[in-house]
Design a protein around this ligand. Structure first.
Ligand code: 5GP
Length: 193
């Protein structure tokens, strides 16, 4: 097991509906030493790509995106969630269904912060059905930016997110790939070399 998998086994809690709760170290209280290790690992994996920007969706991806951005010496852009429908003109907009809240949100990024010159690494905490990452990809496609890859902390491999992204030709790297969640049981797919 790698360092993140060990931490998930130690502190993760399996909830109803295939939800893994990691709020004691990832997405409510945040263990910054762990974040540094994860940032370093994304840098190792994506170092050969000319990444000049990190994109995430608010809110839970922002913390890790900032640490990853430090390793790439790049700014972070986070797509804002809004329920208002009528923002046009200066924004890129995509519709995303939330896995945890089961509602649809628009995610928006100002046109000022994404352009065809950008090589963007998308970062998020979880990959489940791939809705959030696909929304981020749609924003980048609209902006004409290059998609360098998608970096995920915890992928739930029994859900279709990874396959959806791979089918779009996107390079996906997940630090922990959960193959099974059940009461008191968390199993992983062995990591990539
Ligand atoms: P997707 O869009 O891939 O279906 O789901 C990804 C988003 O849903 C992530 O940004 C994350 O916030 C949330 N999410 C999905 N599955 C889980 C889970 O098991 N636990 C937690 N805490 N968040 C999840």
């Amino acid at each position: 097991m790698n360092f993140l998998e060990e931490r998930i086994v130690k502190d993760g809690i399996v909830k109803e509906g295939n939800v893994l709760k990691v709020d004691s170290f990832l997405n409510h209280q945040m263990d910054i030493h762990l974040f540094e290790q994860m940032g370093e690992e994304f840098k190792r994996r994506f170092k050969d790509k000319p990444i000049n920007k990190i994109l995430t969706i608010e809110a839970s991806g922002i913390g890790i995106a900032c640490i990853v951005a430090k390793y790439f010496n790049a700014p972070v852009v986070f797509a804002k969630k809004t329920k208002s429908i009528n923002i046009e003109g200066e924004m890129y907009i995509a519709e995303v269904e939330s896995f945890t809240h089961k509602c649809k949100n628009q995610v928006i990024v100002s046109k000022k912060f994404l352009s065809p010159d950008d090589h963007v690494l998308i970062i998020d905490d979880f990959l489940a059905n791939g809705e959030a990452a696909s929304g981020a990809i749609r924003l980048l496609t609209e902006a004409g930016a290059s998609i360098a890859g998608v970096g995920i902390l915890i992928e739930k491999s029994f859900q279709p997110g990874r396959d959806k992204l791979i089918a779009q030709g996107v390079d996906v790297y997940s630090l922990a790939r959960v193959s099974r969640l059940a009461k008191g049981v968390i199993e992983f797919i062995p990591e990539e070399c």
